[in-house]
Design a protein around this ligand. Structure first.
Ligand SMILES: Nc1nc2c(ncn2[C@@H]2O[C@H](COP(=O)(O)OP(=O)(O)OP(=O)(O)O)[C@@H](O)[C@H]2O)c(=O)[nH]1
Ligand SMILES: [Mg+2]
Length: 446
């Protein structure tokens, strides 16, 4: 266990006034600070009612003190918790007093970082704490708790274990055979490759759902000029967010609006109509629309009711994992009723952004997509996890492709890199930079 000599202190409760406020102290000096500040070191894990005193012995406040001796604490170090009245002045004085007694103010996320460094949590779990605190919906909170309990980490670890078995097989081939492809364990290697690839793909899909849930869905509205994309954004957002005119090419920039459906956040982006344009500004808008498309989870392709067939081909930039809905707009011009149709997995909805007819069908569809996958054990995840899984998948596929052609050493090297990518998720392999980047986004006192 790494021995951190510095003792840290911070207010653990949010800014502002409240019934109670908590100051947390962690490190080797916590015991001495308890003695000086509370007049006693409370029995381990037992709340004790004490007076918090300053250097002159003047009472700062009365409250509860709790002492968690190492290693049975959140950080794995000696931890002191002071529960005082929730006044910013009182809590500040307590932190200042702790600092006079040998602590220093904690940096953002430093308690969680210490919990990680002492092996109390892995990196994905530490991130799940931040996600739980930041959760804006019950679904997000639920997913974060599952990650915190180690659901995600267990699946990553299990995958890493299988990868180790594969490496053992391959490395045995290096030792015992001139030619890996003729090795006796060849069928076994193929089987392991197939198993890991399938599991990695499943985990990647689950992690992408986790990111959608944690970050909210990123939906992009695209289509030809003048089909009613901006009108659709306004109708979904319930406000005149975007400019609507009958001039094709009205929208030039990407406009974003956040909506919440059944507790799940959805960011909608309205974009410039896709067409060949010689106008520099519009051209830039179209370029941005395509860039937006490339990172979409959900693509709403809008077409006009008069020409649904010939224009409903999806743009080529749509990522393979994105869900697509085709919106046939302006049905009011035909006096048609709203409708929903599903063909070859693509849902098409006929509606009118102007009159609002059929908007409920779209909202239902969005809710269904936003909630998608939740039932099969959603856990919270971050883009960095997805990136690491994608890297692992790429190296795994290189290794697999190499079985027939490459030397066993090269295959082993790819597998090692894949394993390292997995290790970055839970923190088995990490750099100082990565840790700094992750924990600095946490809040102070966490
Ligand atoms: N009748 C009818 N007109 C609509 C409907 N939706 C949009 N319009 C009209 O179609 C025209 C274009 O609407 P916009 O929302 O600006 O279309 P857009 O796709 O954002 O257009 P660009 O930004 O130029 O690409 C406007 O005159 C709207 O009033 C609809 O459901 N019915
Ligand atoms: Mg527009």
């Amino acid at each position: 266990m790494p021995q951190t000599t510095e003792t840290i202190a911070a207010i653990a409760t949010p800014n502002g006034r409240g019934g109670i406020g908590v100051v947390r102290v962690s490190g080797g000096a916590a015991r001495a600070i308890a003695k000086a500040l509370c007049g006693t070191v409370p029995a381990p894990r037992h709340a004790q009612f004490v007076e918090f005193a300053d250097a002159e012995g003047t009472v700062i406040d009365r409250g509860l003190a709790l002492f968690f001796p190492a290693p049975h604490s959140f950080t794995g170090e000696d931890v002191l918790e002071l529960h005082a009245h929730g006044s910013p002045v009182v809590l500040d004085r307590l932190v200042r007093r702790a600092c006079e007694l040998g602590a220093r103010p904690a940096r953002a996320g430093e308690f969680s970082e210490r919990a990680f460094l002492s092996g109390k949590l892995d990196l994905a779990q530490a991130e799940a704490i931040a996600d739980l605190i930041a959760a804006r919906s019950e679904a997000q909170a639920h997913a974060a708790v599952r990650s915190l309990e180690g659901e995600f980490s267990r699946r990553v670890d299990a995958l890493a274990q299988t990868l180790v078995r594969l490496r053992v097989e391959i490395e045995a081939a290096i030792d015992f055979s001139e030619d890996a492809t003729e090795s006796a364990s060849q069928p076994k290697v193929e089987l392991l490759f197939a198993e890991i690839t399938a599991r990695l793909d499943a985990l990647l899909a689950a992690a992408r759902r986790g990111v959608r849930l944690t970050d909210g869905l990123h939906a992009v509205i695209v289509g030809a000029p003048n089909v009613g994309k901006s009108s659709l954004l306004n109708a979904l957002a319930g406000s005149d967010r975007a400019i609507v005119t009958d001039i094709p090419g009205t929208t030039r920039d990407v406009l974003r609006e956040s909506i919440v459906l059944d507790g799940i956040e959805l960011t909608l982006a309205d974009t410039a109509g896709l067409r060949e344009s010689s106008d520099v500004v519009e051209g830039e808008g179209i370029r941005r629309a395509r860039a937006e498309l490339a990172r979409a989870d959900l693509v709403l392709t809008v077409v006009e009711r008069s020409a649904p067939q010939k224009t409903c081909t999806l743009p080529t930039e749509v990522p393979s994992f994105a869900t697509c809905i085709v919106i046939v707009n302006k049905i009011d011009l035909d006096g048609a009723e709203p409708w929903r149709d599903e063909r070859a997995g693509v849902v098409t909805i006929g509606l009118s952004a102007r009159t609002g007819a059929g908007m409920d069908l779209l909202r239902e569809e969005l809710k269904r997509i936003a909630a998608g996958g939740e039932s099969d054990g959603a856990f919270s995840a971050r883009s960095r996890h997805v990136v690491a899984l994608e890297r692992a998948a790429a190296r795994l596929s290189d290794a697999r492709a190499g079985v027939a052609t490459a030397t066993p050493e090269l295959i082993a090297e790819d597998l090692r890199a894949a394993q390292q990518a997995l290790g970055e998720i839970t923190g088995t392999f990490t750099s100082e930079d990565l840790l700094g980047a992750i924990f600095s986004t946490f809040c102070v006192g966490k």
